[in-house]
Each structure stands twice: as structure tokens, then as C-alpha cells.
Design a protein around this ligand. Sequence first.
Ligand code: GLC
Ligand code: CA
Length: 560
Amino acid sequence: MKKQWWHGKVAYQIYPKSFQDTNGDGIGDLRGIINRLDYLKDLGIDIIWISPIYQSPFVDQGYDISDYYKIAKEFGTMEELEELLSEAKKRGIFIIMDLVINHCSDQHEWFQKALANPEGEYGKYFYFVKGKNGKEPNNWRSYFGGSVWEPVKGTDYYYLHFFAKEQPDLNWTNKELRQKLYDMINWWLEKGLAGFRIDAIMNIKKDLDFPSYEPDSEDGTVHVTKMVESVEGVEEYLKELNEQTFKKYDAFTVGEVFNMKKEQLGTFIGEEGVFSTIFDFSQHILTQEEGDWHQERQWTMDDWKKTIYSAQEEAEGIGLYANILENHDEPRAISRFLPPYAQNKQGAKAIATVSLLLKGIPFIYQGQEIGMTNCPMDSIDQYDDISTKDQYEEALKAGLSEEEALKICQRFSRDNARTPMQWSEEEQAGFTTGKPWLFINPNYKEINVKAEEEDVDSILNYYKKLIALRKSKEYIHTFTYGKFLPVYEEKEGIVAYDREDEENKIRVLVNLSDHVSQIPLEAPIEEVLLSNGYYEEQKGDYVELKSCEAIVLKLKQSVQ
Ligand code: GLC
Ligand code: CA
């Protein structure tokens, strides 16, 4: 694999609204990120992805941008952003921002002009399509519920929005629009950004016939992903995007890519790939169909491990995935992936071990490193997230009771991950001195950075060790480029793999079953590199792992 500057690095996602408030308005800000750079440096982070901080009406928490060249006043100023870039640079940390270019905000100047004259120049920046017999042009259902078409008052036009109606889709067939986006991207890269996380990017290619499909819902609509899966040719746009922007700056890019055909992986993340990497969402897809939350899937711990193995094997010889357990759209990993007996400190360390030592670029989501959990609310009114509210309605429509619908939201709401970062046991978890914009998880008294910094056995200190091991001089090459080889595949509840190159053979062994397990070793242990607590050195030809125990071993390589 051709070496790249971002290989071997560890990334961290900041959800700025909930990270650290410094002026008491209850909203996290850029100053808060600057103040916490040392914390992230100490954790071992090399790359920070900041969710959108551009000017926005925040209908979808900043994923609705009204000016790509401005910083949201809620977060601070352009000067503070520049200060953040230079402070990060001093610490050897790279900053990437979110790039939301499938859609913008309905408050964006382009859309305002387009609305005023759908047939004019700016109308061509979006999709304005005439209705059929007084109805929407087709039956596509948006990601956030309801039709993707919104009528334009006083005309027979509708405009297209795959997400909320306040997020009109940009028309990528328009060369002039594409050029404006490229100029904007290059402007940011000139400022010193190291790259971008690219939002919802598979949606930029539309089937311009706008065909209706077989409904998948009783209301006659069909999820818009049906079109995304069916349409060909998104790569053409992505190649141009890469050529015109990222490639010129050797930027690090990570795509939010859903609905890609497996054989396309090389086009996305290979040596000539349009992105540096894309997120591996396979664990997410295993537990939940894309679409409605109430169509939850049944799965077992072994399905989960097989999913991880196959994603790793898919990428072998092609490129590196970005490995995640959490992000701002997902529930917390402990609550989501672990069975009740493992929803504790040991379990949190155990899945961290599985995820962080895989081949790829690990991304840690804020709060994951201290073991933050879901935060179920008692009533739908307490949720803020637009998609949670929609999903609640969808569940009711599908015939679930209010109680059942609320349960689904408690499990899957995006607000589970968006509650403020828990810094200390002080009031408001040390996040703000004012009233936080979103409820704080009441478990902050136990789960917080300060307490965990003081406890050698904490989840936080374990993450530090895990990252340090991954990046250590002796093993960074093996963890970055070494092969991924699953082992003991048939052993129930055991997630285990080797990372191997000419220098080292490292075995990662994690017991996620509810009982003790004995695991035979075919080679002697040379060194125990890490364990999550219980392990006492064993010299035999097997190791014994208790439930939720994780151990990383260096095995003697046989000389052939
Ligand atoms: C992505 C973002 C999500 C947002 C959506 C629309 O999936 O991660 O938070 O709501 O795109 O921009
Ligand atoms: Ca603030």
C-alpha cells in the first residue's frame, strides 16, 4: 500500500454544540474546543473531525448550511477558527470539517433567489419539477419522513429535498454550481484545513426521470434510498470533485457512503480512490435497516463479529476503512451493541479493544472514550432531534402504541449521542455554567472525564493505553499495514483476530459471551501487550478469559 500522511493516525469526532461551552449560553463553542485540545492530545488524537460549524438556522443541527463561508455565531468567529487551526497545528493535530454539499439550507442566498424565480439562473442550482395532476412528481419518501417534494407556493413547481424540507438538494448536473462548491472547498483547504468528512454524498446523483417505485409503505411512498441504490454513475461526480479539490491539497477525506455496491470499494478508497477512506457502517446496518427505526433487525453477538470480519476482509488489498462504534447519528455503543451483562466498564473496554485495533483509521466519537451511554427520555417532547420526531410519527403510523414508539426512540434517537460531554461531576457536568441546549445524562456524576482521569482503571485510561499501543513505535506498522486475520471464528461470543506482518504476530482476544472461555494458543506468548483488568500472566498453551475480558498478546512467530 502506498504510504499516506494520514496512515497510522487516530481520529476523534467533535459534535461542537455538545462538546464544551465557554460563555454560558448552553451551547458548545470553538473556544471550548481550543481549551480542550490538550485533553485530546493527551488521549492520543491526531485528527479531529468537527461536525458542521458553518452559519445555519440549525433545523438539522448545522447540516443545513446557509453560508458556507461563515462560522455560525453560536460557535464563535472566523478568528477563533483560525486560532483553533494554529493551536491544533502546534500540537501536531489536524483539523477536518464537515462538508455538506448534497443540500444546503432553505435560508441560503441561492435558494432564496431560486424560490423567487424557479425558472431563473438560481432555479438551476436546485431541482424544481412540475407536479403531476396536482400531486408530487413521484412517490419518494425523504430520510426524515414525508414526501421529498415540497410545493412552491403560487406555482405548479415542487422542489426536491432528500432530508428536511428546509434542506433543498443541490443540483449536481449544473456545472456552474459544481464550480462554486469546488471554489468554496479550496478556499477552506487554503485556510489550512487538513480535509473533510463528506456528508450524505451518495445522494448527489439523481435519476432525472424521477420514476415512482413500488411503495414500501402503506401510504404509497417508497424510501428514497431505493433511487440511490438504483441509479448509476455517482463516481463521475466524485472523481471530478476529487480532481478539482482534495487531490491538489493531499487532503484527508472520509466519506459518509451508504448504498455503495461492494465491487465499487476500490473506486472509493483504493489508491486511486475518490476519498482517503469511508466509514464502515456495516455494524449499523446489521442492527437497523436504513429507513424506519421500528423495523429493527434481530441479530446476535456472533452476527456482529462476522459483520466486522467481512468488512475487514472486503477492504484487504484495496484500502483502509474508517472504523467507528459511534457517531452523532447513532446510539451509544455500550447501550446498542452490548448485551445487558456486558453494559459496564469491562464491556466498554472490551468493544473498544475490538474496534481500535482493526485495520483502518479508528474514529472515536466524543464521550465514547469515557463510556457515555444512551439517555432515554420519558416523553417525546423532551427530544430535540428532527429525525427522532419523524421516526416517532412513522412508528405511530405503522400501528405502534405511543409507549412502543417512545421505546423505539429511546433506543435509537440520535439525541442519545448528542447529550453534552460529561467533563466533571460539577453542575451541568462541567459542560456549561448556563442552561444546556439539550438534557444532560444524569449519570454524569459517575461517568465523567475528571473522575476517570483520577482512576487508573477507568475506561478513559484504557483508551489512552489502547491508542498508545496502536501508535507505539514497535507496533504502528503492524496495526496500520499488517493483515487482518480472524481466528476462532466458530467460538461463540469470542471476537478474535490477528494483526500480522513480517515483524509481529499480534492476537486480539475478546470474550463477549457471558461465561468463562478457554482459548488454545498454537504459539507461545511472547508478551502481554494489554489487558482490560483481570488477566494474570498465564504461561500454558491456552488463555482463560472471563466474560468481558479483553487481552492483546504478542505471539512468538514460528521460524519457517
Ligand atoms: C448525514 C449527517 C446527519 C444529517 C444528514 C443530512 O447523515 O450525519 O446528521 O442529518 O446527513 O445532512
Ligand atoms: Ca457557547
